[in-house]
Design a protein. Structure first.
Length: 340
């Protein structure tokens, strides 16, 4: 790691006027109210706030990374539950926009192995209707990374404004731009347009995390390893791929590493990839790999570095699947699981 990275490590935190810590991570994207099955039968559902970007922001915050979510919150009862969840999770509220539109909904069904599938109800939802002036013109000093993810990357008019934000911050080179396409084929519209947009996003990112399902959508017919190399060729310094129960692998400037998934009893897989992403960003922050001159900070990652990143992230994801819903581990829980 560079001397500059050591000088600006995670201990360099300044309070804002409200007494909370200035965010080091900013996440942009949606909240979704998940309607989850219960043990009482298919006609009894549990409403639980979710959404990939919101889950990732909460996962990182729970592990100790001061985090802000840029999100439009629906003007309905579900929106109030969403807001309460975000504030209870310790997220910086400065990025939350009160919107007139309703909250996005997703009806979840669980497979025999606990895997989740979603039926979305979101055409008129607040989350993709970013208006001029609602997204920030600048990111204040102290912010080290901007992460974008999931459905909000693809649904206009908001998707175009998020793409402009990613392109702008990538060009400025002051923060690490991170991406998780988390593609939901039923919610992103025309497949060819969605693929093109996702690949443009990847070209404006320094870190990309994708699932094997994402890669199959982006590069039909390619094995995950070949697809990951194709993604890296677009410009990201670090590409990380999750393989569900088979673990994860990463590649960076010709260095590659893989780790297995811990063996656990699965309750459901809701939020597992989001916990993985939050833990990955948290560990990158701890290692001084996020911030100004992001390419330099991510240069020189060794196989041991990649194994450490992946182990941190797969452990967080594995713990999440042992609990119902998107419920990522706390810092204390993750330390205990890692034996630290």
């Amino acid at each position: 790691m560079s001397e500059e990275a050591r000088r600006t490590g995670p201990e360099d935190v300044s309070p804002d006027r409200g007494g909370t810590r200035t965010p080091r991570l900013v996440v942009v994207g949606e909240n979704v109210m998940d309607l989850l099955p219960t043990r009482h039968g298919p006609d009894v559902l549990r409403a639980a706030p979710g959404g990939g970007p919101a889950n990732t922001a909460l996962a990182a915050a729970r592990l100790g990374t001061p985090t802000r979510l840029l999100a439009r919150i629906g003007a309905d009862g579900f929106g109030e539950l969403v807001r309460a969840r975000l504030l209870a999770g310790g997220l910086d509220p400065a990025g939350l926009v009160r919107a007139e539109e309703p909250t996005a909904l997703a009806l979840a069904t669980l497979g025999a192995d606990g895997s989740a599938r979603y039926d979305f109800r979101m055409d008129d939802a607040a989350d993709w209707r970013w208006a001029p002036g609602e997204l920030p013109d600048t990111l204040e000093p102290g912010i080290r990374a901007l992460h974008a993810a999931s459905i909000a990357l693809f649904r206009d008019p908001g998707a175009t404004r998020i793409e402009e934000l990613l392109r702008r911050e990538h060009g400025r080179g002051r923060v690490t731009v991170s991406l998780d396409p988390n593609i939901r084929p039923d919610a992103v519209g025309d497949p060819e347009r969605a693929r093109a947009r996702a690949l443009r996003h990847a070209a404006h990112a320094h870190v990309v995390k994708a699932s094997d399902e994402d890669l199959a959508y982006l590069y039909p017919g390619l094995a995950p390893e070949r697809a990951a190399h194709a993604l890296a060729a677009l410009g990201p310094a670090l590409v990380v791929v999750t393989l569900g129960g088979d673990g994860a692998f990463a590649l960076s400037h010709g260095v590659e590493a893989a780790v297995p998934a811990p063996s656990v009893e699965v309750a459901d897989t809701v939020g597992a990839g989001d916990s993985f992403m939050g833990a990955l960003l948290h560990r990158l922050d701890l290692d001084g790999r996020l911030g100004e001159r992001p390419g330099s900070r991510l240069a020189g990652l060794t196989e041991d570095d990649l194994v450490g990143l992946l182990t941190h992230a797969v452990t967080a994801a594995a713990h999440t699947v042992t609990r119902e819903g998107a419920d990522p581990p706390t810092a204390e829980e993750l330390r205990a699981l890692l034996g630290g």
